[in-house]
Structures are given as C-alpha cells and as structure tokens.
Write a protein that binds this ligand. Sequence first.
Ligand code: DC
Length: 208
Amino acid sequence: MIIAIDGPAASGKGTIARRLAAHYGLPHLDTGLLYRATARVLLDRGERLDDAERATAAARGLALTDFDEDLLRGAEMGDAASVVGAIPDVRAALLDMQRNFAARDGGAVLDGRDIGTVICPDADAKIFVTAEPETRAQRRALELAGRGEKVDFTDVLADIRKRDDRDSARSSAPLVAAADAVRLDTTALDIESAVAEAVAIVEARRKG
Ligand code: DC
C-alpha cells in the first residue's frame, strides 16, 4: 500500500506520515529532507541556491543516507529548500529516488508537496493536510524553540506565508491537492485526533 501525504509547512503532515507508517508497518520518506539536503550542499559550498546547474548536480549526488536531520531541520533550511524546490531540474533529479522508495515491497508512506500529484499519482490513499497559517506558525515556533533556535512569532508566520506562496506559485509540481486526495484540516485537532482521522481516511480508501 502506498500512502501519499501532502500539505504546507507545519500542517502536521510529517507527524501524521510518521505515525501512519508505524501503524501500518511501512517505511516512511520525508521528501522535504531531499530538498533541504540539496540546499545544504549548496550553502556548504558557498554556492547560490538559485544556480540551477549546481543545484541539480547537488540533487543528483544525494544518497538517502545523507541526512543529518539536526543540520537540516532549522528554519533557514526550510526556506532554502523551498528555493531549490522551485527549480524543475532539481525536482527531476530527485524523482527516481522517491519513486524507487515508493515501489518497495509492501509499500511506503511518503510526505511532501507533490506526492499525490507527481511522485505517486496512483497511490492507494492520498491525504492533503492543511491548517490555518497562524496555527502552523505557532506549531513551528514551538518546534524551533524546542531546538534552541531564537524565535519571533511574526517572523515565523511571515516565513510560513512566504513559503506557502513560493511552493504554490512555482510552475513545476506546485503545492496543490490531488483531485482524489482527502483533505484533513488539523487546525482544531491535537495530534492524536489528527492521526485517528488519517487512519480512518486510509481505512475508508482500503475498503472502498
Ligand atoms: O516539508 P518541508 O518543510 O521539510 O519542506 C521544505 C521545502 O522543501 C518546502 O517548502 C518546499 C520543498 N519541498 C518540495 O518542493 N517538494 C517536496 N515534495 C517536499 C519539500
């Protein structure tokens, strides 16, 4: 079974994807890490994030084991990932890696922005996770504070809105719900309720 989870930053999609993977005993790929790791390579080399040729070479050079999440999870890396994610050749370079992961025996759970639309259009279940920007900014601010980063709520909200706009407006694989995705708004839900709803959505798809 392939489960595709998409949605904007801090919507809860990552936690929902992880918990669904544990629930069904499936491997999980957080595809945001691919874009974050690509951006990291460029920043470490002192190269520009919008240099399409170098960004594509960096994406091609990634291996799924390359990810030091501590280095990749920060706020700065989220924004940098969004910049390289807008480059069509970078997305093309990361396509096979994601599709190969999804094609594992037994299936997989993948989360990102274009899983249900581009990476796994035939996924067995697709969920588009949303939440109000202010709620997402509160969650992200708490998470960043927990990592010891200095946070200002207004800056976090502005960053979330900027990323939403960039990810939704790009020409290649923009952030959009697949026509057959079920929407899950987590604004008023705690994590346990959101996961329970996600499991119910997957079960309904399996039966249907
Ligand atoms: O899910 P995340 O916050 O880790 O993603 C960081 C950025 O990476 C996101 O703002 C846009 C880009 N991204 C993407 O373009 N496509 C994906 N499937 C996942 C992430």
